[in-house]
Design a protein around this ligand. Structure first.
Ligand SMILES: [Zn+2]
Ligand SMILES: [Zn+2]
Length: 56
């Protein structure tokens, strides 16, 4: 499955990954492989550890 389009974070680079949380397509630069999220979600998840916003 190939993702086409531009990164929804920078809008500048070819998107190669899909965020598991918000579904945004992001470039390698803005994909957090450790979480499988975009950097936006990864930052949010790390910041708001107390809030439950999904499975788990
Ligand atoms: Zn990007
Ligand atoms: Zn995301």
């Amino acid at each position: 499955m190939s993702v086409s389009g531009l990164c929804s974070v920078c809008g500048n680079a070819q998107a190669q990954f899909t965020c598991d949380r918000c579904g945004a397509v992001v470039c390698q630069e803005h994909y957090d492989a450790a979480t499988g999220f975009c950097t936006e979600c990864a930052a949010e998840v790390r910041r708001g550890r107390g809030e439950t916003d999904g499975p788990r």
